[in-house]
Design a protein around this ligand. Sequence first.
Ligand SMILES: Cc1ncc(COP(=O)(O)O)c(C=O)c1O
Length: 360
Amino acid sequence: MYDVHEKPPEGATVHDLRSDTVTRPTDAMRRAMFDAPVGDDVYREDPSARALEARAAELTGKEAALFVPTGSMGNQVAMATWAGRHQSVLCERRAHVLLYEQGAMAALSGLHPEPLQGDADGCLEPDDVERALRPGPYDRVPVGLVAVECTHNVAGGSLPSLDKLSRIHGLARERGVPVHMDGARLFNAATGYGVPVAQVAAHTDSVMFCLSKGLGAPVGSMLCGPRDFIASALPMRKRFGGGMRQVGSLCAAGLHALEHHVERLSRDHANARALAVGLDLVEGLSIDPGAFPTNILYVSTAPEAAPRWADALRRHGVLIHAISHDSVRFVTHLDIADDAIPAILSRVAAAASEVAAEDA
Ligand SMILES: Cc1ncc(COP(=O)(O)O)c(C=O)c1O
């Protein structure tokens, strides 16, 4: 159902709500990239990379940070650094690290995923974690890492309970097991909770966040954690093919994003709320507007109708993903202006008549 090759129609004004990864660098960001001092980062000589890593560590309240090309690589480097072959990774059953990273933890690192059912917000239940962490019989794979996700993408850009995350961290610590957070949208999470980023990251040993999603940079993610962990993650990043040379231009985009694109995330959340309220009024779509606290909306359609909605909306210059046969996803971001929401909703209304006519 989810077609990564979907392309915008030619020529039309397009509102692209498929993902927050589709943003283009602003002019100011491009200028920062152009002006960036660079050096060979495999030799650790890139001043812009050093500056970005220092800033990411500071913001997340961790000792050190490492620039990585993608969020997936950041998660995979983290898991391979914390845990070894024949250890398991406890994660939520809809986690990105489990479902959308090409099975890399097993394929590349010999790690065994151990999925648990989370709550409605995609948070692992502390009691389940506690049970899973107890030493088991010899035929069970010992747990080497607990992986959490915040915001949780598939649960709807949700905000896992900070209290549960804190309890999970405490339980894992008692067993000497580290906790890694896939914080691809960590800054959306902090905005949603209304707390500093470091307060969210405090509930984990390491955290990955993406610069290339809501923050609007073209490339890059940061892996943050204790100094000795990041020192080990550096050769691991090389092993995964992620040692890059003059990355300063990319890092300058990240620094610019951290300086200029964090406060505005609340606008993406407000736009998502306005969109949700409007979408719920459209015949054939249903959504609980209160259920999506950040920038990701999952909207229910009639059975088998989701691809028809995506096609009809494409014809009206609104791009979304059909996530399953009866669910479509809208994501707000930097390139969706506040005043675009009414225009998007009127295009959805026009598409609704076409979907209804097709179904008649
Ligand atoms: C929750 C989550 N984690 C990790 C990633 C991976 O990021 P990347 O696409 O940069 O590999 C994504 C991407 O959508 C994501 O949504």
